[in-house]
Design a protein around this ligand. Structure first.
Ligand SMILES: [Zn+2]
Length: 335
């Protein structure tokens, strides 16, 4: 294997990625990939879907995220081990801590301070980020080197066929040499097939609150963001063969599934059932139905015989039971 894709967005990069994790996984399998990393913007929402989609394929799922730093730059983070998965989830919680209105707080886009990444870097591999908004300056790259060390830091090379691609990659390769770290090539994938390129264009226009025509300068303008065959990626980065090889060898070092995710992914994706017990709960049927609606595919079962089942004194108690149940699930997922 010459190349593994380590920077890939699914539809969970809202208004950006144009394919579902399962579509990406299937296409990766067809193209002969043995592994695929999912790195959505500030999110691991697609990780479970990817883990389930690859169950019967020759593709190994690698998990990660593209994280926004304060000031607008991006880092690509990949999970090396179970500790890394926990740290990534913590970083994402930090990134979203200010994305809702609150007392004395105004809503903003997700981001974290660089110091927060450094604090929670254990178990993660850090790639320096994408062509347009990655970390390309030496002082910041050195801070990352101090935090991650040469084993867990890579200078990321991309080639979106834009102006200055070659010059930027040469400069980044020189930076990597000075830092004593390896380069890795990535594709910044946003679609599994060319047929989705138009949808990706439409997303860009929507995201920028503009028309398709007016968004042209912001759009990608080519198909470099579509998942390509490993050999095509190797020729795209013909000037950087070491960075191509590194994508495949780094992929081999990364765990495919944190335990907590693996055990959940191994279950059959059956719709969860909400059970409401006993006649006395009748007043709460309305909220239970709404809850089932929120969890879209859930089914609501009403068991008329209260028996030894828990009773809820009021709607608050019912809601508390449901939320502590959901919390226990999320703490299993986060580890
Ligand atoms: Zn980016």
């Amino acid at each position: 294997m010459t190349y593994t894709e380590l920077h890939c967005h699914s539809a969970y990069s809202f208004l950006d990625g144009a394919s579902l994790p399962a579509e990406l996984a299937q296409r990766a399998d067809e193209l002969g990939y043995t592994a695929l990393a999912l790195t959505d913007h500030n999110s691991v929402s697609g990780s479970m879907e990817l883990a389930q989609a690859v169950r019967d394929s020759g593709v190994r799922a690698i998990h990660g995220a593209e994280l926004d730093l304060a000031g607008g730059r991006h880092l690509t983070l990949l999970v090396r081990d179970a500790r890394g998965w926990r740290n990534l989830c913590r970083l994402l919680t930090h990134a979203h801590a200010h994305t809702r209105d609150g007392p004395g707080r105004e809503r903003s886009e997700p981001f974290v301070e660089l110091s927060t990444v450094i604090e929670h870097g254990e178990g993660l591999v850090c790639l320096t980020g994408c062509a347009t908004r990655g970390v390309h300056d030496e002082p910041t790259a050195r801070r990352l080197l101090e935090a991650f060390g040469p084993r867990n830091l890579r200078v990321e090379l991309q080639r979106p066929y834009a102006r200055h691609d070659r010059a930027r990659n040469r400069a980044l390769e020189a930076l990597a040499r000075r830092l004593g770290v390896k380069c890795v090539a990535t594709g910044n994938v946003h679609a599994h097939a060319r047929s989705r390129a138009e949808l990706q264009d439409a997303f860009t226009a929507l995201r920028q609150h503009t028309t398709l025509d007016a968004s042209e300068p912001l759009r990608r303008g080519n198909h470099s963001h579509v998942l390509s065959a490993p050999h095509a990626m190797a020729s795209r980065f013909a000037d950087h063969p070491g960075a191509v090889r590194e994508s495949a060898s780094l992929a081999q070092e990364l765990i495919s599934c944190p335990d907590s995710l693996a055990s959940l992914a191994a279950m059959d994706p059956q719709p969860p059932t909400l059970v409401l017990v006993g006649e006395q709960d009748a007043p709460f049927l309305g909220s239970a139905r709404r809850m089932a609606g929120v969890l879209r595919k859930s089914t609501l079962a009403v068991i008329p015989d209260a028996g030894h089942s828990p009773q809820f004194e009021n709607a608050d108690a019912w809601w508390q039971a449901v939320s502590s149940f959901l919390e226990s699930i999320s703490s299993v997922v986060r580890g």
